[in-house]
Write a protein that binds this ligand. Sequence first.
Ligand code: ADP
Ligand code: ADP
Length: 206
Amino acid sequence: MADHHILLLGPPGAGKGTQAKKLCEEYDLDHVSTGDALRANKDMETEYGTPRSFMEAGELVPDEVVNEVLETALENADGYVLDGYPRNLDQVEFLDDATDLDYVFFLDVGRETLVERLTGRRVDPETGENYHVKFDMPEDEEVRERLVQRDDDEEDVVRERLEVYEENTEPVIEHYREGGDLIEVDGEGAPEDVFERLTDAIEDDD
Ligand code: ADP
Ligand code: ADP
């Protein structure tokens, strides 16, 4: 099977992480998530300060820092699903020089659903696995009890992140749309249904 290079675009809470994980299992790909990579290096000292200060405020981490994180992650991946990058037009240019993409998906989800998904998201600190208070709680009581909320999933930061998305990342979506590369997928409904829409687009093309 070809090593796909898949990009998942969409607002915070659209389900990129959830779908990336499923796609990686289905097609044996690596998950490249700048959000996960930054969370694992939150207190890394850079000339701009630590990633934490930007992330907790819901702002973008400076390009110089994120680009390096991305480059390292891509070096170690053959086939991949990329999620969380690019978030502005300069990052689009950087990505364009770094790799070729086979599929650029946009997960389309309405604002109310986004807020509900983000504020209800919970993380297992032991595994990094994402859950949701309403849509996806773990069966294991021990896991249920240790779930935490990401600092940036609290409602005021969520609103800031959605604004940062509109200002910086919507132009990215437009860029791929104008280039004719964007595959728009309805991101509402059950995770399995969204996944089927994605794999249909991939399989139709193989
Ligand atoms: P993103 O990576 O785009 O920010 P996530 O994949 O982390 O989004 O999903 C955000 C939250 O919404 C998580 O708590 C996840 O469990 C939940 N979620 C993801 N996809 C769906 C879906 N199709 N229906 C309901 N909840 C979902
Ligand atoms: P979500 O998909 O829920 O918005 P992510 O996990 O992708 O969240 O990102 C969390 C935070 O990490 C962002 O709010 C931002 O501060 C930082 N971040 C992640 N990717 C990038 C990027 N490509 N450029 C700048 N900051 C980023």
